[in-house]
Design a protein around this ligand. Structure first.
Ligand SMILES: *[C@@H]1O[C@H](CO)[C@@H](O)[C@H](O)[C@H]1NC(C)=O
Ligand SMILES: *[C@@H]1O[C@H](CO)[C@@H](O)[C@H](O)[C@H]1NC(C)=O
Ligand SMILES: *[C@@H]1O[C@H](CO)[C@@H](O)[C@H](O)[C@H]1NC(C)=O
Ligand SMILES: *[C@@H]1O[C@H](CO)[C@@H](O)[C@H](O)[C@H]1NC(C)=O
Ligand SMILES: *[C@@H]1O[C@H](CO)[C@@H](O)[C@H](O)[C@H]1NC(C)=O
Ligand SMILES: *[C@@H]1O[C@H](CO)[C@@H](O)[C@H](O)[C@H]1NC(C)=O
Ligand SMILES: *[C@@H]1O[C@H](CO)[C@@H](O)[C@H](O)[C@H]1NC(C)=O
Ligand SMILES: *[C@@H]1O[C@H](CO)[C@@H](O)[C@H](O)[C@H]1NC(C)=O
Ligand SMILES: *[C@@H]1O[C@H](CO)[C@@H](O)[C@H](O)[C@H]1NC(C)=O
Ligand SMILES: *[C@@H]1O[C@H](CO)[C@@H](O)[C@H](O)[C@H]1NC(C)=O
Ligand SMILES: *[C@@H]1O[C@H](CO)[C@@H](O)[C@H](O)[C@H]1NC(C)=O
Ligand SMILES: *[C@@H]1O[C@H](CO)[C@@H](O)[C@H](O)[C@H]1NC(C)=O
Length: 702
């Protein structure tokens, strides 16, 4: 989930070149040489500038460095200063990224990596740039100017006269300002005027007559295909994601490091086992598993080159190898023979966390593969997708269609509309809509349920574009107006709606004003119209309850799906819902998982999947909740949230955390002395009991 600077990218390119040819056996001397080279490279970029350009940077660097005031003031000053340079010297615009990078370095001596995810980096092309092309800022082969980045464009649209806009930016980008208080949305935007008044009829949830009749819906999320996954590479590396050809652990194994004994330590009870190094393992087009040949990596590497070699089906600090995703989908497809999934919701993130090696082509490749695999294994079962923060390039970026530079990301929406329509998931007449609405859409299922899919990058804190006019315009992307229109229409028709997107509004990553706008929309259209809401993103098995703004009455809730990717420290997992066929309420949820560590030493066999739990069995074991009542906000409040908010109930919090991590070896210990650990408190109660990011952030500890 990390950004990188163009400089980092160049650095990385050199590191990977060197390492790729020398693993195994990167020794200390080589590491020192690489570190030195990285530092020199950064200097080289500056030293190769034209003298007038260097002078420009040095002069303004002096002014920035001399600025006084709090860290918040300095951050705001920096943005205002950069904007005034653009306004006054547009011909020097390409140097502003470099100036701010240099400024960051000057404030973070010997902590260069702190400058990775700051405001000067997002490149439109980044893959395999040679250091030489940097000298001019122009890629010598393509002619692309890679100083021309999103930050500069956003800066031109940014309202630098608004202290609050600057404070949002500086809070999220640098943690230097305090988070501004979210305004009253009716005062700021007259929000309630955007929808018809709610009448008494819409205060009640629809019920069904007669006997319970249900069907099943699959929910999958966060695949994160690691296209460069390499069996045998370092799986316990210093910088996630691991399992890449160049992954290394900064702490070198000692000379007496013995790979075999480390693997034995994973489970001391095992006396015989076989490693799972099958680099060619795959599923054929008729879904049979072919293990391929064993390759003895530990032996070939002399038992001491790496500290933990990546095995066939993945490990806990890496994204999903393709074969794991095929295996998961094959298990789902088999399960569907009995459970008959009628459709699938996929809440985003096909592309992996290897952001430094990403470019638009890699992004497209992961998207085409990922949706292709779903089509192959799920066959006639339609998939309704939402795009995740990784499913675009540059990472997390999306520009508003109503503003300048609005065609920047059309390529992705065009690809999505083609894939989704040609897979038969959306009707032909949705093609143009998807293309011109950030890959969002509304569609009606065969049974008459409306599914609305949104693009959460519209409110993602790492999307630079979402800071444009942040305090003045509650709907920069037009997505809320679209949602309100759809809900108003459905309410009129008595139609029920499911809403899906990638990032939950309760997440730190959801910009607070946007998060609250959504909460207000949900409160207005619940419980009559909005039946359920779905997300992914956190990789954890969670949920969030929306309580009424007038008190503590549960109004609605969001299901947050666990991931298939094991990153970080989770077992791969998926779920399905049993859905009442007239109201589209969810009656129960069922989760499956595979204990990934078992595949490390099972001789390359396929992972074994197990049923994990159902929400009713786990949280209402006595069966108090009526069997035909929905698992709605009242259920989650009564049986789960009320128990986890009780901090002395560590046992219940631990059970909830066990499921959240799918019983992996790395479930956090919720007990910290005699009190609950901060990690469990935040993951459990802060997410479950708070629907907006402002409330979530206020709840967080540690
Ligand atoms: C920064 O401040 C120092 C000390 O006050 C001063 O000597 C220097 O000229 C200033 N530099 C700039 C660029 O303003
Ligand atoms: C930056 O510093 C230089 C030299 O001290 C000064 O002449 C110039 O006016 C300053 N520029 C701005 C925009 O403050
Ligand atoms: C910028 O923000 C200020 C302060 O909130 C506001 O008065 C002004 O109208 C905004 N400018 C634009 C162009 O939106
Ligand atoms: C809010 O919108 C309503 C309906 O459009 C309008 O009648 C009212 O005057 C607006 N209120 C404010 C404070 O702008
Ligand atoms: C519900 O099921 C019972 C037992 O199968 C049956 O007698 C009854 O007619 C059903 N009611 C409705 C409304 O379908
Ligand atoms: C490594 O450890 C295993 C198991 O403890 C042992 O059998 C083997 O001899 C050791 N190998 C080396 C090279 O020390
Ligand atoms: C995964 O499944 C797809 C669809 O059958 C196939 O094209 C691809 O080669 C498989 N890859 C692996 C690694 O199993
Ligand atoms: C995109 O921006 C251009 C130029 O600013 C504008 O003319 C066009 O109407 C915009 N497109 C949309 C869909 O808003
Ligand atoms: C910001 O949003 C407000 C409200 O929609 C609008 O009036 C104003 O023109 C916008 N400012 C810019 C610079 O787009
Ligand atoms: C508070 O809100 C809830 C849910 O919207 C509603 O049912 C209840 O009547 C409200 N209570 C008061 C006192 O307004
Ligand atoms: C949840 O369902 C129960 C049982 O039908 C109902 O009493 C309750 O009002 C519902 N809660 C919400 C928030 O819709
Ligand atoms: C895998 O992890 C689980 C959960 O910690 C543990 O019970 C099991 O023994 C482990 N299996 C192996 C082979 O290490």
């Amino acid at each position: 989930m990390k950004f990188t600077s163009q400089f980092q990218f160049v650095i990385f390119f050199f590191v990977s070149l060197t390492v790729a040819h020398t693993v195994p056996g990167v020794d200390t001397l080589q590491r020192q040489a690489l570190a030195k080279r990285d530092a020199n490279l950064v200097d080289a970029i500056y030293n190769n500038l034209k003298p007038t350009d260097s002078d420009f940077i040095l002069t303004h660097l002096g002014n920035l460095t001399n600025a006084t005031g709090s860290k918040c003031d300095q951050c705001k000053n920096k943005i205002r200063y950069a904007r005034s340079l653009i306004d006054n010297q547009p011909e020097k615009e390409h140097l502003i990224s470099l100036l701010l990078f240099k400024y960051c370095l000057s404030k973070n001596k010997n902590k260069e990596s702190k400058c990775d995810s700051k405001d000067f980096f997002v490149t439109t092309t980044s893959k395999n740039k040679e250091a030489t092309s940097f000298e001019a800022g122009i890629d010598s082969t393509t002619g692309v100017n890679f100083y021309d980045n999103d930050f500069i464009k956003v800066l031109k649209l940014f309202n630098t006269s608004s202290e609050t806009d600057l404070e949002y930016y500086c809070y999220y980008k640098e943690s230097t300002c305090k988070l501004p208080k979210t305004p009253d949305l009716d005062v700021a935007f007259n929000l309630s005027s955007k929808w018809p008044k709610k009448d008494a009829k819409h205060e009640v949830a629809p019920t069904f007559d007669g006997n319970l009749s249900t069907f099943n819906v699959l929910h999958i999320s966060d695949f994160h295909i690691q296209l460069r996954y390499q069996v045998g590479s370092e799986a316990n590396c210093s910088k996630t994601p691991c399992c890449l050809p160049e992954s290394v652990n900064a702490e070198l194994p000692t000379q007496d490091y013995n790979f075999t004994s480390v693997y034995t330590d994973i489970d001391a009870t095992l006396d015989t086992f076989e490693y799972s190094f099958y680099p060619d393992a795959h599923y054929t087009s008729n879904n049979s598993y072919v293990k391929g040949d064993y390759y003895d990596l530990p032996k070939s590497r002399g038992y001491n080159s790496n500290s933990l070699p990546a095995s066939t089906f993945g490990t806990y600090m890496c994204d999903s190898p393709e074969v794991l995703l095929n295996n998961t989908l094959a298990h789902i497809s088999n399960t569907s023979k009995n459970k008959n999934f009628e459709f699938t919701i996929f809440t985003g993130d096909l592309v992996d966390h290897d952001v430094v090696h990403c470019d638009a082509d890699t992004t497209k490749k992961a998207e085409i593969r990922g949706f292709g695999m779903m089509k192959h294994f799920l066959d006639h079962i339609p998939v309704y997708p939402s795009l995740g923060n990784h499913d675009t390039f540059p990472y997390g970026q999306l520009s508003p269609l109503g503003k300048k530079y609005n065609n920047t990301y059309n390529w992705n929406d065009a690809l999505m509309s083609d894939l989704w329509v040609s897979n038969g998931w959306l009707a032909e007449n949705k093609r143009n809509f998807v293309k011109s609405h950030y890959s969002g859409f509304s569609t009606i299922t065969e049974r008459g349920l409306k599914v609305i899919s949104l693009n959460s990058n519209c409110y993602y804190q790492k999307n630079l574009w979402s800071y444009v006019n942040i305090t003045q315009d509650y709907d920069l992307f037009g997505q809320w107006d679209f949602l309100i229109d759809e809900l108003t229409e459905s309410e009129r028709k008595g139609e029920r709606v499911w809403i899906m997107a990638h990032i939950p509004p309760s997440d730190f990553d959801a910009l607070p004003i946007q998060s609250k706008v959504f909460a207000k929309i949900v409160e207005r259209f619940s419980p009559y119209t909005i039946a359920n809401i779905f997300y992914g993103h956190t990789h954890m098995d969670q949920f969030s309850i929306l309580y009424s703004s007038n008190g503590t009455v549960p109004v609605n809730m969001a299901w947050i799906s666990q991931s298939v990717t094991p990153l970080s420290n989770y077992n791969p997992s998926w779920r399905y819902y049993e859905v009442e066929d007239k109201t589209f309420n969810i009656i129960n949820s069922y989760n499956y998982y595979t204990q990934l560590n078992e595949t490390f030493t099972n001789g390359g066999d396929e992972p074994e999947w197990d049923f994990e739990y159902s929400a009713r069995d786990a949280y209402d074991p006595k069966g108090d909740w009526p069997s035909n009542a929905p698992l709605n906000a009242t259920f989650w409040d009564k049986y789960v949230a009320s128990n986890i908010r009780n901090e002395s109930n560590i046992e219940f919090n631990q059970l909830y955390a066990d499921y959240m991590f799918r019983l992996s070896p790395y479930v956090p210990d919720c007990k910290n002395g005699s009190v609950i650990s901060d990690e469990c408190y935040n993951n459990n109660w802060c997410t479950a009991g708070h629907f907006t990011s402002e409330e979530f952030i206020a709840c967080e500890r540690g």
